[in-house]
Ligand binder design. Sequence first.
Ligand code: PHE
Length: 336
Amino acid sequence: MESQIESFRTEALAAIASAADEAQIESLRVQFLGKGGGLTAFSDRMREVSKEDKPRIGKILNETRSSVTTALDEKRSLLVAQSESLAFEGIDVSLPGTAAPVGALHPITQLMDRAISIFRRMGFALADGPDIETEWHCFDALNTPADHPARNEADTFYMPDGRLLRTHTSTIQIRTMQHCAPPVRIIAPGAAYRRDEVDATHLAQFNQMEGLYVDENVTLGDLRGTLEYFFRELFGKDAEFRFRPHFFPFTEPSFEVDIKAAALGGGRWLEIAGCGMVDPAVIEAVNAKRGDRALDPERHSGFAFGFGIDRLAMIMSGVPDIRLFTDSDQRFLAQF
Ligand code: PHE
């Protein structure tokens, strides 16, 4: 039996050495070490071995088992390593990689974020409201008479149910005062919609940022200080301001803000924003809706302002056509 085990070992090791792949290794493993396999058969025959020979033959059997097992394991890892290096053979690891294109925020979003962070430093909270609005929030509460041209079908998008696409984000002033008592200090960035003929300076959908501050003793001086601080942060310390009397239904007095700054090309005045002191009629309209007098026109005063983000971005970056912002042209967008 001793010589039989010896020749089994020799044959087994030779077969393992010439195995060509992992599958062959696994079938050899079953053949040599498995339940019905060669070594198990020898183990079964140990019963026939005489008492004095048992320890010696047993030892040979154990050595054979361990050398076959080791040979199988070693050959297997060798084959695995070989097939892995074969898979990488066609790859030149010294070639430069393929760069993944990195995106960036849209220029309008970048400017919005900058504007928001300046107002937040002054204690303004971010407020939001729906794009589809009631006529009351967009016009009536803002003291806009029924025959005002902005309410015209030709200027505003109306839904079949009488609601409309907000023509300015001033609607958010109303919504905020409906739910919060003074002090109220918010900015409201968002989309606004007007039935304008689309051209180089007009889109039917554009972006605005409005602000509202209502508290005791809020003055025109506060309004001017707030806007000057904001626009100087944006355009630089050299910015000059001009408040030009104007009319808005929801503020009294009302102004348009003109700015001159080197960052805006210098030289000429540019009309940048509308603003004014909240008209008491707006406060009364909100009170009537709330059913209380949380806002007291005798005690509370406030200011509001609004400007177009797209127009601002155009002026600041020298973009000649507003439609570039919505064309999704990489050659344009990649410049920001
Ligand atoms: N809502 C005005 C507009 O869209 C801007 C504005 C806001 C003016 C607040 C005064 C006060 O043109």
